[in-house]
Design a protein around this ligand. Sequence first.
Ligand SMILES: CC(C)=CC(=O)SCCNC(=O)CCNC(=O)[C@H](O)C(C)(C)COP(=O)(O)OP(=O)(O)OC[C@H]1O[C@@H](n2cnc3c(N)ncnc32)[C@H](O)[C@@H]1OP(=O)(O)O
Length: 258
Amino acid sequence: MTTFETIITEQRGRVGIITLNRPKALNALNSQLMAEVVSAAQAYDTDPSVGAIVITGSERAFAAGADIKEMSEKTYVDMLSEDFFSAWGHLVEVRTPVIAAVAGFALGGGCELAMMCDIIIAAENAVFGQPEINLGVIPGIGGSQRLTRAIGKAKAMDMVLTGRRMKVEEAERAGLVSRVVPTESYLDDAIAVATTISELSLPITILAKQAVNRSQEVSLAEGILFERRVFHSTFATDDQTEGMAAFVEKRDANFSHR
Ligand SMILES: CC(C)=CC(=O)SCCNC(=O)CCNC(=O)[C@H](O)C(C)(C)COP(=O)(O)OP(=O)(O)OC[C@H]1O[C@@H](n2cnc3c(N)ncnc32)[C@H](O)[C@@H]1OP(=O)(O)O
């Protein structure tokens, strides 16, 4: 068993849950916390008993950003030689579907962490923003890129250049979040979505995630070819045989994740 200091991990059924646990600092993301998040996510990713991962914070803050106090001590050469923030990118290499359950502040690195996940389930009190401009810096964990892809250049420019915060209704309209749910139940709602995914075929959910993610990287023609080849490959799985047989026989599918 791995003991973490700044996160709590728990498995419920086939769902692995990672809870950020720096409440006094509103879950500010320091290097240790992010290393622990990546390590926990990688461990769940290689565990066949886990079919979906949920990353969450507290009702007050998903995460109020990268840790400003940690960064304030650093020089340009520190940042360059440490390649600061590069290690956080390993989270997007996780193949198992990852859901962000966001309540309260999701600012700066908090918003960027949510955007590294595959689905964002947001509580009614969630607030998103990229306020780095107020600190004399710019987003550094993908915010200028992923936010622009998620909500378009017009709104992303507005957010990044003014540092303004976006309430959840606007975030949903803009396409940043997948679902808005009551604050009282946001974590249960996110776990329910994760449970649904985790009970489907794991190899097929991995392929589905890869296909959607490919659309962010390549041309439409290349993406469609990639999708078709991956679709063909699903016919090499037991779960394709089972899923289609279950439909024909009018029963629930019993996926073996093979
Ligand atoms: C630079 C890159 C690439 C990425 C970034 O993420 S930069 C950071 C972006 N985030 C921000 O600028 C938000 C900073 N935080 C705030 O503006 C406020 O804390 C707030 C609006 C989220 C909440 O304000 P509130 O008055 O309710 O609470 P505070 O007293 O301000 O905070 C409580 C406690 O948490 C510490 N805190 C909050 N955010 C951070 C952070 N990003 N880094 C480090 N520490 C943070 C805050 O200092 C306070 O702790 P102390 O009382 O011990 O100072």
